[in-house]
Design a protein around this ligand. Sequence first.
Ligand code: HEC
Ligand code: HEC
Length: 330
Amino acid sequence: MRTRLHPKAGFGFRRAGTARAGLLAVALVLGCARSSPAADDFPEWAYPVVPTPKPPDTVVQRQLPGSARRYTQAQIDDRFNPPDWYPASHPPLPRVVASGRRPDVFACTLCHLTNGSGHPESAGVAGLPVNYILRQLAEMKRGTRKGARAATMASTAAAMTDAEMREAAAYFSALPAIASATVVEAAVVPKSQVGKGAMRFALPGGGSEPIGDRIIEIPVEAEVAESRGPQTHFTAYVPPGSLARGEALVRRGGGGKTVACATCHGPALEGRGEAPSILGQSPLYVFRQLNDIKRGTRRGAMAALMQPIVARLDAGDMLAISAYLAAREP
Ligand code: HEC
Ligand code: HEC
């Protein structure tokens, strides 16, 4: 990523040039060519942090269309008994998936929902191969997959038994994968903020702002997302041009920057062997994975195959790839 001067610094052209030359000299003296590598390497928009939570409401009974069930927000947020809004719509939930196990195994459906579609700040897990899921859990347990957003996931995995891992993997693997977001190219996007559960929401007051070099993913219906409804769908705004740029990289390797993804992920990217399907997942999730593999916070036996794939990609390339893959039906 580039070193950037504050856009509103108010310098004239000559002074900006002088300032830039000064910065460059400082960078050379310090022996580094970047201003703040940590912030640049893990951009805030892709690694949302939960704001200080407020105690959830224990009175109002929430409802979702087509469900006879009612839950308060406190019940919706119960780590060991999150809601099952539509019990007839999925196979029986194994105990670890529905309730986890106190004190450290949180119920999988709290974050991944009963249909496995998840949210941008977590992950879609529906339809992934059993072996792939087991490998991820093992790597989180071992500490070889420890992305900034994977901390709670890692403590959960660390406390799981092998039998629980197998039950959870079998359950999620058997579910159909569904595209979790509609991808929209836009230069200007609704103003938003990171809210409950580290999910991003449109500001209630409205307003808009330039997208910049970001993916902005917000739920179509905030209430459904807050209620952990499995039907939650997201709009993923991406900068104009992302889809075409992503397609060139995914399909053809972008003129030698990387390798066509179909080489390992299958002709339609539907997954093959140890390489899972990469279609229809949240683009924020996919960006984090590509970036974590590049930065080394996600390594492990099979992720090693991905390392040369991401080595020469910059943040804009990874953003574009994530947008293109998210826009395709799984
Ligand atoms: C508190 C929220 C939370 C809970 C509870 C949770 N997960 Fe996760 N899970 C996450 C997050 C967040 C990620 C993505 C981490 C990242 O971005 O690297 C994730 C990722 C995963 C992945 C990797 C998906 C992929 O495509 O590689 C699997 C598999 C998974 N979780 C399984 C489970 C299972 C099984 C359970 C229940 C035992 C569970 N999770 C419980 C939050 C959670
Ligand atoms: C040489 C083989 C190979 C090629 C080429 C390859 N991949 Fe992968 N990819 C893998 C393997 C194997 C995994 C599973 C890694 C693991 O188990 O941790 C993987 C995992 C991934 C994941 C993580 C999926 C998840 O659910 O977390 C993403 C995203 C991904 N690849 C994207 C891509 C993209 C984009 C390309 C093309 C630019 C690509 N891959 C090319 C082998 C490959």
